[in-house]
Design a protein around this ligand. Structure first.
Ligand SMILES: *Cc1c(COP(=O)(O)O)cnc(C)c1O
Ligand code: SF4
Length: 337
């Protein structure tokens, strides 16, 4: 009798760390992958040197082939428009330097401490204010979290910790566990919030270990993801978000209003509706932080308010994000309407 050959096991998706390392980092290679080599002339090597291109292939796969105006491509490609110096667009637009209370800890608003858990992100978004910060030595994870934990333990007015960055989920799960084990010993904490773009740009990050970690946390957890356009969602993202919800997390989305990406009522409505289908409610629609190199993304307040008004006239109330701007010294994000 001849034995049947054993069926091959299904090909497992590569580990998220492998996908992280395998990200596209060369602007010309990205254009070539999308069949857009002719547009290479508009790439700014200076901007790419200051804040390098980085985009996971899982995100590239959602860009439209042959479309230089693709809304996902526009978020990551360093173009010569970034080299323009525009008055009013500075380096520390949101006052982070003044809000720092310990290594990697920012306190701007009552009750909340934001941990700059790490400086790393899976994707580099051109409009991000963090493009000008070198977090190498000033993250909460540096030095085993000790300073950040001490600061939070010492201040009983803090009842919510926000893990931010960079992207906190770029840390390995055991590193996150080390942090939350220490936070769990602080009696005044009531909530944990995680600000992350990873479930959108590299959904395989939501693996068994991460889900087990989330599930075991002792507080109600809110995960605020970051998608700016409906095309950022696909089946893998839906599955990752479903796993986060199954682990007990509440899911919200924050977006940035970006010229050429989502500055139309149709794009904003589609974003809210697509997010909702994935179990995510809109939270904030941010006016751009006025950061050097990002002026070409700006939508002026008059248009932003008109877009928001039209959105509110079209969608269910809970699908309308709050239009806000962050200004140094304010007690919270400032609503524009
Ligand atoms: C945005 C932000 C928060 C969170 O503000 P919410 O309005 O509660 O979402 C907290 N701390 C800092 C430093 C922030 O920038
Ligand atoms: S912090 Fe968020 S917006 Fe900024 S580069 Fe990282 S993922 Fe993008």
């Amino acid at each position: 009798m001849i034995a049947e050959p054993l069926p091959l096991p299904p090909l497992a998706a590569p580990d998220w760390r492998h996908q992280w390392r395998d990200a596209v980092r060369d602007p010309r290679q990205l254009l070539a992958l999308l069949g857009l080599d002719a547009h290479a002339a508009r790439i700014s090597d200076a901007a790419a040197a200051q804040f390098p291109l980085r985009v996971p292939r899982a995100f590239v796969a959602r860009m439209r082939h042959g479309d230089a105006a693709d809304p996902l491509l526009r978020q990551v490609l360093p173009l010569d428009e970034e080299d323009r110096i525009v008055p009013g667009f500075g380096i520390d637009a949101v006052g982070d330097t003044a809000a720092r209370t310990a290594h990697g800890v920012l306190q701007k608003y009552r009750g909340r401490a934001l941990l700059v858990a790490t400086g790393s992100c899976a994707v580099h978004c051109r409009y991000c204010f963090r493009r000008h910060f070198d977090y190498a030595g000033d993250t909460a994870a540096a030095g085993g979290w000790a300073q950040a934990i001490a600061r939070i333990a010492d201040d009983p007015t803090i009842d919510e910790v926000l893990l931010s960055g960079g992207d906190p989920l770029s840390l390995a799960t055991p590193k996150l566990t080390e942090l939350t084990d220490a936070l769990a010993r602080i009696p005044h904490l009531k909530r944990l919030r995680i600000h992350t773009r990873l479930p959108i740009v590299l959904p395989d990050r939501v693996d068994d270990g991460l889900v087990a970690w989330l599930h075991a946390l002792p507080w109600p957890v809110t995960v605020v993801v970051h998608a700016n356009h409906a095309n950022e969602f696909d089946g893998a993202v839906d599955a990752a978000l479903a796993r986060l919800r199954d682990a007990g997390a509440m899911l919200l989305n924050q977006a940035v209003l970006l010229r050429g990406v989502n500055d139309s009522v149709d794009a904003l409505a589609a974003l809210s509706e697509r997010g909702h289908r994935a179990g995510v409610l809109p939270y904030y629609l941010h006016q751009l932080d006025r950061v050097q190199g990002t002026a070409h993304f700006e939508v002026d307040d008059t248009r932003a308010i008109a877009l928001h008004r039209a959105l509110a006239a079209r969608l269910s109330g809970y699908l309308v994000p709050r239009l806000v701007r962050e200004l140094p010294g304010d007690p919270g994000k400032r609503p524009l309407v």
